[in-house]
Design a protein around this ligand. Structure first.
Ligand code: CA
Length: 220
């Protein structure tokens, strides 16, 4: 799962990056509206945290631009305290949720989890596929109740497949959602992660669709 943070306050941006990386997301950051608009137009994000008060181009205009181009990723806007007009304008411009500053990081994380789940058509915080379950709140994975320890990259691969269960996901798509922008990407490593995941899970839920990609499903 890969996120974009658009926030001009360096300290808050650092805190957001740290918290989201600790929650196992791949994270890109934009310090202004121009950069945010460009990244959101060109990179596939699973969710975006968008400050409305951004230099060079304001957040509302960035958001309207994305929606006008048919970009549908979930967007959570950060608004100044007590300005209900901003929230209303933001939701009308296509935001999926909002938080007023200052906010608790735990609340931001919970709202992002909910947005990402809903975008994948899932309502519960615990995702399951046959005997495999993933608690999106803690990142814990278990098979028939037995805990399985995964690396951050393995967890991102599994999490993306769990959120898109039953659908064929290409290696390119997985690569784009597992690595941050500045990471040296290699789609061959996805195969390695898949191999390790299969061994660690020990159950046959990740199916290879020849020439197309992978599909997570309890049934073959
Ligand atoms: Ca700001």
């Amino acid at each position: 799962m890969r996120l974009l943070i658009a926030e001009d306050d360096p300290e808050l941006r650092r805190q957001l990056r740290e918290a989201l990386e600790a929650a196992h997301y791949a994270v890109d950051c934009a310090p202004d509206g121009e950069e945010a608009a460009f990244l959101g137009e060109t990179e596939p994000y699973d969710a975006v945290v968008l400050d409305l008060g951004l230099p060079r181009r304001d957040g509302l205009s960035v958001l309207r631009g994305w929606r006008g181009q048919g970009r549908t990723m979930p967007v959570l806007i950060l608004t100044a305290r007590g300005t209900w007009q901003e929230k209303v304008e933001g939701m009308d411009a296509g935001a999926d949720d909002y938080l007023a500053k200052p906010f608790r990081m735990e609340e931001l994380l919970a709202r992002l989890r909910a947005l990402i789940r809903r975008a994948g058509g899932q309502a519960a915080a615990e995702l399951t596929c046959g005997p495999v379950s993933l608690d999106t709140r803690t990142g814990r994975v278990s098979v028939s109740g037995r805990p399985v320890t995964l690396t951050a990259h393995e967890l991102r691969v599994l999490s993306y497949l769990m959120h898109h269960r039953g659908r064929v996901v290409s290696r390119t798509e997985l690569t784009e959602h597992v690595y941050a922008q500045d990471f040296d990407r290699d789609s061959n490593t996805i195969e390695v992660f898949i191999g390790r995941l299969r061994r660690k899970l020990g159950v046959d839920v990740i199916h290879t669709e020849r020439g197309l990609g992978y599909r997570l499903d309890a049934a073959p």
